[in-house]
Ligand binder design. Sequence first.
Ligand code: 9YT
Length: 131
Amino acid sequence: MLVRSLTDIKGTDADVEGGNWNSRRLLLAGDGMGFSLHDTILREGTTTPIHYQNHLEAVYCIEGHATVELVPSGEKFEIKPGTVYALNLNDKHLLHAHVDTRMVCVFNPAVVGNEVHDENGVYPAPAQATS
Ligand code: 9YT
């Protein structure tokens, strides 16, 4: 069994700085679970373009307030504590954080550990990731 806490992650390679966000990666590909589990803070006032073409992501808001805007349709969804959204169609979107917003994120396949978004808001496919 694995037991890990946020305080174990802080300041390690699994504490990933993405500019608009800080992703504390609690479980990663190397843990063999088949998914990764992140505790992510989105910074107040930021808009992040995201298009995970190689991963599915479920995002559960536990603090804060954000809006997910689908691209190109412009459809918007308000995200508050207790709301989950799932990018089941690899949906391209903009993530607007109105205040510091804390999300629990699950990725399938698992993120390896070193990934940050490229210029298109994509994480590389797992075989291309290095750590
Ligand atoms: C939803 C969100 O926070 N996206 C950006 C970062 C990503 N979730 C991650 O790697 O934790």
